[in-house]
Design a protein around this ligand. Structure first.
Ligand code: GRF
Length: 200
C-alpha cells in the first residue's frame, strides 16, 4: 500500500472543510490520511462529524490551559505523539504563536475566504461587497507568523453577483473551498512524499 502523509485537521466549528478533506482522503490513491481531528472548542459540531467518520477526534479545550503557550505545548505534543506530518487549519479560529508556527514551518496550511492578499482577517464577504469587487474567492496558503500572509498554494475565484449578500457570497465561496482545499492538500502531500522520509 502507498505511504500516506499523516494529517491533522484543526477546527473550531461546523467543520465543512474538514468533511471535504476527510472525503478526499478516503480515496485510496489520495496521498494523505486524516489521523487526527482537534478542536479548541469542545462543542464544535465538526468533532461529532469526525467521530462518525471513524476518525480520532479530540477537544483541546483552551479554557483548561492557563495560557496560549500551555495550550500550544499540549497541541504540539499531541501532534508529535500521533506522528503528524502536516496540519490543515479548517475554520480554526485561534491564532497560533510565531514560536509554534516556526516549529511547524511548511507543515501548516490554512484556508481563507478571500483572494489574499485582499481582506485578511474577519468579515471578508462584507468587505468585498462594500468595495464593490467584481470577484472574490478563497485562498489556501502556508501558515507563517503573520496572519493570513503566508505563501499562496491555490486560489479559486468566485464572481460577485449584483444581488449578493454576505451570506450568498459566503455560500458560493464555500462551495469552491470544498473543491480547492483537497486539491491544494494533494499538491502539498505529494511534494512531501517525494521529499520526506517516513517518520520513525
Ligand atoms: C470557512 O469559510 C473558512 O474559509 C474559514 O472559516 C470557515 C470554516 O467553515 N477559515 P467550516 O468550519 O469549514 O465549515
Amino acid at each position: 500500500m502507498m505511504r500516506k502523509i499523516k494529517l491533522a485537521i484543526l477546527i473550531s466549528g461546523r467543520g465543512s472543510n474538514m468533511e471535504s478533506l476527510i472525503r478526499a482522503c478516503a480515496d485510496p490513491d489520495f496521498p494523505a490520511e486524516v489521523t487526527l481531528v482537534l478542536s479548541n472548542k469542545p462543542d464544535a459540531l465538526g468533532l461529532e462529524k469526525a467521530q462518525k467518520a471513524g476518525i480520532k477526534a479530540l477537544a483541546l479545550d483552551q479554557k483548561a490551559y492557563t495560557g496560549r503557550s500551555e495550550f500550544e505545548i499540549a497541541l504540539h505534543n499531541l501532534l508529535i505523539e500521533n506522528k503528524i506530518e502536516l496540519v490543515c487549519l479548517a475554520g480554526f479560529m485561534k491564532i497560533l504563536s510565531p514560536d509554534f508556527v516556526r516549529k511547524w514551518t511548511d507543515r501548516i496550511l490554512n484556508i481563507h475566504p478571500s483572494l489574499l492578499p485582499d481582506y485578511p482577517g474577519l468579515n471578508t464577504y462584507e468587505r468585498a461587497l462594500a468595495d464593490r469587487r467584481a470577484e472574490s474567492g478563497c485562498t489556501i496558503h502556508y501558515v507563517t507568523a503573520e496572519m493570513d500572509a503566508g505563501p499562496i498554494i491555490l486560489q479559486h475565484r468566485v464572481l460577485v453577483l449584483p444581488d449578493d449578500t454576505p451570506d450568498r457570497l459566503a455560500a458560493r465561496i464555500l462551495e469552491q473551498e470544498h473543491i480547492a482545499y483537497p486539491l491544494a492538500l494533494r499538491l502539498v502531500a505529494e511534494n512531501l512524499l517525494k521529499s520526506a522520509p517516513a517518520p520513525a
